[in-house]
Every structure is written in structure tokens, then in C-alpha cells.
Design a protein around this ligand. Structure first.
Ligand code: PLP
Length: 432
């Protein structure tokens, strides 16, 4: 059979790789024809509420008019131009907006293509900074277990060593230093006992290899892909002090948590400290086009710049793509132009109330909500395809991973739509 005889879906199954799939034994996929607001529409006309915000990025809903208009306008004037030796208003306007909303000390912005790239950039920045300071041995990283930082080579090396891809690429990934995830959860009382709050172990690991470690990278407060785990922000304050003591840079990967998802604009809203380097992505363009940033403070920027060669060795082809900058600026304007805190708070309250019954289900280990993140943790792993099939019958798109049935709804959800999502989650928790 020739390629032209294949139906669209047959073509997809035979030729297109999907995330984390076997291309010769593909799982089910569904053709999406269009999207709007809370909904994606399949080719058979089925409309599904996108409870995943399309992997956590579509925070103002699909095909948001303010964002699509911004992209259209930009498309008609300057779709792209190289950023080497040239600049443009979309990059500058977005930069001003980012400085306005992000933690005060982060003053220098590097625009990247995707979240994983922003992590690569952050790690490179940390190594170049340490080299510039004369610490040429400092090229490794410390991180906490159960983390996720992306799928590119260096980012992969700081993902969880057990659930990540380490066993597959054993020997090929650089040496990194892992500590347990912070043991005290966000809703528990902090204890200053270092044996119980995770800091004894952190100190031990960082001190043992301080002359080799360039930076300590972590997802602040919320570990996403690694288990939807919410931990106590005091850990961040203490980690900051320890990093300062040992000359290690602190890197926050807020690709999943940034822009209000947790109920704070950034994790710095939960703690008293700021990172040296911050990675942002996912929701940055409201999910409309791939984009990310790595931001840093004057100390790191001046350190890198004062070293030899001084230049920072990174510069992607599509750096500061004007369409992406325009989308990001429009998305940030939408966010800050509304009572986002009230919106996310209302979503959180409703999810807490509506997911609570799952606590008494036999197969449920835990139910937790933080901001617009709602999680039912099961006692066993659930099949994403099976879950999707059942949720689809209820008009909701849910795609659990591991043991977690979860939602990160777009902020524009109505209470009724949110109730449909939580009803779908309760059904999965009962039946799977
Ligand atoms: C999704 C994610 C990444 C990777 O971003 P991509 O855009 O998929 O490359 C990195 N870190 C965290 C915390 C993420 O959630």
C-alpha cells in the first residue's frame, strides 16, 4: 500500500512518533480538528474539555483571541529575523513585561525555544559562571529526586535517576548528585530538625562535592512530572543559605509552576529568597507557540561576562522569535490584567471540595490541591489510554501518568466545566 492510500490516522500511526511511544507499536491517537476556550474538538465531532491545559501550558484557554490577534499582527509585520546583531520591539516589550512580573533580582533574560533548552541554558550559564570565578572543577549539578527538567541530554541528567531515563542511558549521562525530595509537605508543619527536614542530607551531599558542583537545580514547591508532589517552601529558604555558604548557584525550574499555576505568580511568592537562575516555559505564551526563557541576576551575568571568553556560548536560530515574543507578551498582559489570584483561588477551593470524596475510595492513596493543580494519587499505576477512554465518555480529556489522576485546568474554566472535570477524575479513581 502506498503512502497516499493511507487514511490520515493510518498515516499518523505508521509514520509519526508521539511523546514516549513505540513507533512500531503505536497506542491509540485521536485526530483533533480544532480547539477553542476549554474545548478540543475531534474529527468525529466529539468536544472534550481539556483538563490538562494541553500539558499545562494553555492557561487562558485554546485559541485565545488576544493571543491569536497578537500573533496575527506580528505575522503581518515581522514573523522572524535573526537575533544576532539585530533586535526588535516584541523582544524588548516582552523583556520589560518579564522584568515587571518576575522576581526583582532577575534582570537578564535569555530567550529559548523550549523548556528543555532553557534548562540547558541555565546549566551552561552556571558552569560558565563558576569557570569565570576560577572554579574550573565545578561542572556537575545537585538536584532532588523525583524531579523532571526536560528530555534533552543535560536536562535528562538531573531528572529522577530511577523513574527518569538514567538506566537506559547509564554511563552516558554526566555525574550528578541526588538528594531525597524534601520530606515535609507544604501543608505540614516545618521542623528545624535537619534529620527530618531533609537539610542534613542536602548539606552532606553538597559539602562532600562542593568543589565539583556548579549549581543546585530543582522545581520549587511543586514537583510536576515526577509525582505531583507539593513540598514545604522553607526548604527553599534553607537551600538558598546553604548554596550561598558553599558558592553553589541556585536554579529554579519554574517551567511548570510559573505564571500563577500554584496560586502564586512564581514560587518566590511562597519563600523569602530568589534563585540565581530561573527557567520559564510552558504557560509563557499561554500555550500558543513554543517558547521559554532563562533569567538570571546581575551577579551571574557579570560573572559570566567578566570571564574568559566573556561571551555566553549559546544562540539558537529562532532565538527571540517575534511571533513567540508577541504571544508571550499578550499572555502575560492577560494574566496581569485580571484578578488571577482570585481566579486560581476559586479553582482551588472548588477542586478541594469536589475531589474530597475520593479520599474514602479504596484505591486512592492521597488527594491534594495547590492552586489550579488537582491530584488524586492512586495506590497503583493507571493506564493513560484506559483513563482517556473512560474520561472521553464523560466529555473530558484526562491523561494521567504513573499513579496520578490529575488536572491542571485552564484558568478560564467555569465552575460547571470544572465540575465536569472533577466528576471525570472521581470516576477514574473509582473505576481504575
Ligand atoms: C515540561 C517541563 C520541562 C521541559 O519543557 P519542554 O518545553 O517540554 O522542553 C522542564 N522542566 C519542567 C519542570 C517541566 O515541567
Amino acid at each position: 500500500m502506498s503512502v497516499s492510500d493511507l487514511t490520515p490516522l493510518e498515516f499518523d500511526q505508521k509514520h509519526l512518533w508521539h511523546p514516549y511511544t513505540n513507533v512500531v507499536k503505536p497506542g491509540p491517537t485521536f485526530v483533533v480538528k480544532e480547539s477553542e476556550g476549554m474545548y478540543i474538538t475531534l474529527d468525529d465531532g466529539t468536544r472534550l474539555i481539556d483538563a490538562m491545559s494541553s500539558w499545562w501550558c494553555m492557561m487562558h484557554g485554546h485559541r485565545n483571541p488576544a493571543i491569536t490577534h497578537a500573533i496575527h499582527r506580528q505575522l503581518d509585520t515581522l514573523p522572524h529575523v535573526m537575533f544576532g546583531g539585530l533586535t526588535h520591539d516584541p523582544a524588548i516589550d516582552l523583556g520589560r513585561k518579564l522584568l515587571e512580573v518576575s522576581p526583582d533580582s532577575l534582570t537578564r533574560i535569555f530567550y529559548c525555544d523550549s523548556g528543555s533548552v532553557s534548562v540547558e541554558v541555565a546549566m551552561k550559564m552556571a558552569v560558565q559562571y563558576q569557570h569565570a570565578m576560577g572554579f574550573v572543577g565545578r561542572s556537575q549539578f545537585a538536584t532532588i529526586r523525583s524531579g523532571y527538567h526536560g528530555d534533552t541530554w543535560k536536562a535528562m541528567s538531573v531528572c529522577d535517576p530511577d523513574t527518569g531515563m538514567h538506566h537506559l542511558f547509564q554511563g552516558a549521562l554526566s555525574v550528578q548528585h541526588f538528594v531525597s525530595r524534601p520530606p515535609i509537605r507544604i501543608n505540614e508543619d516545618w521542623t528545624d530538625d535537619p534529620a527530618r527536614n531533609g537539610l542534613a542530607e542536602l548539606r552532606q551531599v553538597l559539602e562532600a562535592s562542593a568543589d565539583k558542583i556548579a549549581g543546585f537545580i530543582l522545581e520549587p514547591v511543586v514537583q510536576g512530572t515526577g509525582g505531583m508532589y507539593f513540598y514545604h517552601p522553607e526548604f527553599l529558604n534553607q537551600a538558598r543559605a546553604l548554596c550561598d555558604e558553599l558558592g553553589i548557584l541556585l536554579i529554579f525550574d519554574e517551567i511548570a509552576t510559573g505564571f500563577g499555576r500554584t496560586g502564586e505568580l512564581f514560587a518566590t511568592g511562597f519563600c523569602n529568597v530568589e534563585p540565581d537562575i530561573l527557567c520559564l516555559g510552558k504557560g509563557l505564551t499561554g500555550g500558543h507557540i513554543s517558547f521559554a526563557t532563562t533569567m538570571t541576576n546581575d551577579r551571574v551575568a557579570e560573572g559570566v561576562g567578566g570571564g574568559n571568553p566573556g561571551i555566553f556560548m549559546h544562540g539558537p536560530t529562532y532565538m527571540a522569535n517575534p511571533l513567540a515574543c508577541a504571544a508571550a507578551k499578550a499572555s502575560l498582559d492577560l494574566l496581569t490584567g485580571q484578578d488571577w489570584k482570585g481566579t486560581v483561588g476559586a479553582v482551588a477551593e472548588q477542586m478541594k471540595a469536589e475531589l474530597a470524596p475520593a479520599r474514602s475510595y479504596e484505591n486512592v492513596a492521597d488527594v491534594r490541591v495547590l492552586g489550579a493543580i488537582g491530584v488524586i494519587e492512586m495506590k497503583h499505576r493507571v493506564s493513560a489510554d484506559e483513563a482517556h477512554a473512560r474520561a472521553r465518555e464523560m466529555g473530558v480529556f484526562l491523561r494521567p501518568f504513573g499513579t496520578n489522576v490529575y488536572t491542571m485546568p485552564p484558568f478560564i474554566t467555569t465552575p460547571d466545566q470544572l465540575s465536569e472535570i472533577t466528576a471525570g477524575m472521581l470516576r477514574l479513581a473509582r473505576e481504575l
